[in-house]
Design a protein around this ligand. Structure first.
Ligand code: UD1
Ligand code: MG
Length: 457
């Protein structure tokens, strides 16, 4: 059977009170529309069409993918009008599945069920009973059979009492759907062409209308306001947290956990409150993540500890922390930071595009950028690699067992030999030999006859 999918995403989303098109607001770091596209991806549709309008160019740019077609709806005269724009692209012999771009947590399994219920000759509606049905289209039944959907704005007080609502998802025989779309009128409270009016038209035409009950309310909740977006975010995060806990991850508080990408964990991982994981993150066995850390595109090897308030963003290059290493509190790792085993990175230390050998330490207030740091190097407080000359970046190489004093500036490109010691406060623009003490700073002087100035009377 030929299946076409249409996702409606042209609406303005007035109730969001935002300049951004509604479907480009994010949930767990992905656009609302992307969630819907992902749910539909496994259905084997021969064609997927997104109806854009408000902020069309922006939406199309953000969600473009091979095999995805966009049609524009301008102006936006309602959901029925939106589908009318897509109609010419739909294959007559087959089924059309209609999705709302603002109902992001819909599950693939539910969609499969709905398409099966339509089975080529019935109009199938996904419905659910809500304790708070306010704002949704109500499903009106006569003698148990679905007779119509009435929108909140047009419903009588008695109809507003109905708890069964239309979720915005339907599957219909395409040829019949096209006939119903052509017959829509806009004589309603909103002055819009309601897609939901196809239900009354199907009933009038003698086409069976069937309801399929959603598995739960979360998957069918729509996003129409900032408050609803935040509510869905918490529901989705709860799902992620529960899945991780079921795999043995110990979350100090599943309500204070955020995942905006993929998180893979080994055994006995502990994550304290308020942590955010983005992109691709991997945590090895017995890793501990302290409170309020942020990790993005990072790998943390077994037994490592990330102390509170640490920010790790591997950007495109990724960042990695070796076995048993200790990072933080208040540390910052950037793209290309690769810490070996047992490395210690302390408070207010920034590491970028640098490789640190086993046991190297930079414990306080320092910067390592574009550096290769040998094993057991001790990099002092306030030391920095001056890696940028205003035009180009240069590398710094520090040999094993070197000791870099406090407040040292290493002007790259530069090499510090193995076992070298660099005196505190030195600015080095030339290489320092292995095993020697190198100092580059003004010699200390004292002036016995010097008098401190006093105030004139
Ligand atoms: C719609 C349904 C309502 C259902 C609810 C479920 C209609 C008339 N009503 O109401 O029965 O309970 O969804 O969430 O369909 N859109 C367009 N073009 C337009 C208008 C809207 O593409 O001209 C898109 C929007 O971007 C959105 C979707 O259609 O993704 C739904 O529009 P929205 O205005 O949110 O409809 P609801 O009032 O929520
Ligand atoms: Mg809506």
């Amino acid at each position: 059977m030929v299946l076409n999918v249409v996702i409606m995403a042209a609406g303005k989303g007035t109730r969001m009170r935002s300049a951004r098109p509604k479907v480009l607001h994010t949930l767990a770091g992905r656009h609302l529309l992307q969630h819907v596209l992902d749910a539909a991806a496994g259905l084997g549709a021969s064609r997927t069409i997104v109806v854009t309008g408000h902020g069309a160019a922006e939406v199309e740019r953000a969600c473009a993918a091979p095999g995805l077609a966009f049609v524009r709806q301008e102006p936006q005269l309602g959901t029925g009008h939106a589908l009318q724009q897509a109609a010419p692209l739909l294959d007559d012999a087959g089924t059309t599945l209609v999705l709302n771009g603002d109902v992001p947590l819909i599950e693939a399994e539910t969609l499969q069920k709905l398409v099966a219920a339509s089975s080529g000759d019935r109009l199938a509606l996904l419905t659910v009973e809500l304790a708070e049905p306010k704002g949704y289209g109500r499903v009106l039944r006569r003698g148990g059979a679905i007779a119509a959907i009435v929108e909140e704005k047009d419903a009588s007080p008695a109809e507003r009492e109905v708890a069964e609502i239309y979720t915005g998802v339907m599957a219909a025989p395409t040829a019949a759907l096209k006939r119903w779309l052509a017959a829509l009128k806009n004589d309603n409270a909103a002055g819009e062409y309601y897609l939901t009016d196809v239900v009354g038209l199907a009933v009038a035409a003698g086409t069976p209308v069937v309801g399929v009950a959603a598995a739960g309310e979360t998957e069918v909740l729509g996003v129409n306001s900032a408050a609803q977006l935040a509510d869905l975010e918490r529901r989705l995060q709860r799902r992620f947290a529960e899945r991780l806990m079921s795999e043995g991850v110990r979350l100090a508080d599943p309500a204070r956990f955020d995942l905006r990408g993929t998180l893979r964990c080994g055994s006995d991982v502990e994550i304290d409150v308020g942590c955010i994981f983005e992109g691709e993150v991997e945590l090895g066995d017995e890793v501990k993540i302290g409170a309020y850390c942020m990790l993005r595109n990072a790998r943390v090897a077994a037994g490592a500890t990330i102390r509170p308030y640490t920010h790790i963003d591997g950007e495109a290059l990724g960042a990695s922390v070796g076995e048993g290493a200790i990072v933080g509190p208040f540390a910052r790792l950037r793209g290309g930071a690769a810490l070996g085993p047992e490395v210690h990175i302390g408070n207010f230390v920034e590491v970028k595009n640098s490789v640190l050998g086993r046991g190297a330490k930079a414990n306080h207030l320092a910067y390592l950028g574009d550096a290769d740091v040998g094993e057991r190097v001790n990099y002092g407080a306030g030391a920095i690699t001056a890696n940028y000359d205003g035009a180009n970046k240069h590398r710094t190489t520090i040999g094993a067992d070197a000791h870099i004093g406090s407040n040292v500036v290493l002007v790259a490109p530069i090499k510090i030999g193995e076992g070298a010691t660099v005196g505190g406060g030195s600015t080095l623009a030339n290489d320092a030999p292995a095993g020697q003490l190198t100092v580059a700073r003004a010699r200390q002087s004292s002036f016995a006859d010097w008098k401190r100035p006093t105030k004139k009377r």
